[in-house]
Design a protein around this ligand. Sequence first.
Ligand SMILES: [Zn+2]
Length: 385
Amino acid sequence: MARILVKGLGLVFSGDVANPRLDAEAILIDEGRIAGIGRADEWTGAATVIDAHGCAVMPGLIDNHVHPAFGDWTPRQNQLGWIEAMVHGGTTTLISAGEVHLPGRPKDPVGVKALAIAAQRCFAAFRPMGARVLAGAPVPERGMTQADYDEMGAAGVRLLGEIGLGTIKDLAEVVEVAAMARKAGLYSMIHCGGPSIAGSNLMQREVVIAADADIVAHINGGPTSLPAAELTKVIEGTSRAIEVVHNGNPRNALHAMNVLREMGRLDRLVIGTDSPAGSGVQPLGVMRTISLLCSLGDLDPGIAIAAAGGNTAHWRNIEAGRIAVGAPADLVFLDAPIGGAGRDAAEAFTSGELPGIGMVMVDGEVRTARSRNTPPAARIPEMSR
Ligand SMILES: [Zn+2]
C-alpha cells in the first residue's frame, strides 16, 4: 500500500478530548496508518495526493452502540446495507451491545456462548465498505457461570452485551455478572432506563450504579429514559463511561452532557445510536447526536467528535477514533453543507446542521467519495496520482 499525502486541510479534529483540534494542514499516510501530521512541504514521495481544498477532517467515528445480527442485514427493520449506510455517515467502527435482534436468539448458556463466538468471528472477517464491526456481545442470562465467561474470553470474545436485556435484572445478580465478565476480560455495559424490546427490564439507578459496568448504556434511555434527576445521581454515583444515544431522549442527552461538563469529566462521554432498533436505522445518527450536543448544548464540536472518537476508544481499549501518528488512517472529510449556516464543519455543527461528507477513508483506503447520505459538502477533496 503506497504512501498517501493529504494536503490543504482546514480544520483538523483529533478525536482527543484533551487536545481536540490540531494545528496542521497535511497528513501523511503509510501502510494504512497515519505516519505524519503537519505541513505538506515536510514530506516528498507520496504516490497519491489528496487535496482537501480547505475542508475539515475528523477521525472515522465510533458508534458505541449497535445491535447487529449477521451480515449487513437487520431483522428489526428487514433492511439490507445498514452498515454501509453508516460508513456514508462517517461511522467506520461499530460496537455491538448485543446481537439481540437475531431471530430465535438462543438463551441457554451453551447457545449464548456459541452465538457470541460465531458473531465475533463473522464480523472480524466481514467488513462492509471497510467498516469494523466489533461484535460477539453475549447478553447475560441466568445460569451462566464464571467458567462460561472465561470460555468466551479465552475464545476471543471481548464484549458483554447490555446487562438487563436478558433474564439478569436484580441487583445482586447484576453485580455478580459484571464482575464475572470483567474477570474474563469482557468490556461490559448495562441497560439504563425503561424496557426496550419485549423481555427486557426496567433498570433503575440503584442497580445501574451497583453494577459498575464499564459503560452505562444510553443514560438518556433506549428509548425510555429515567427522570433527569436520576441521571444526575447515576453519573455522580459511577466513575466509568456515560453513553448518550441517538435513539433516546434528546432532552436528557443534553442534561447528561451538562452534568459531565460541570464535573469536568467530558472524557466520560461516549456516543452511540442504539440502532438498528424499533426507531429504525440511522446512517447519520452519530453526526446528528454531535449536532444536537453542539447546537442546543453549546458543546465544542471538537469535544463532541472526541466523544465519538478517542473517548470511546479509551473506554473500549481499541485504537480507532483518533487522528494521531500511528493510528489507523480512518479519515472523514467534511464541510458545511451547501446552503446551510456556517462557513465550515464546526460552524455547521454549532448551527444544528449536518455537515456534508466529501470522502471517507478506512485503513488508508478511500471507501467513498461524496457521501450518498449527507447533504453535499461545500468543499470536497480531490485525489490525484
Ligand atoms: Zn438498551
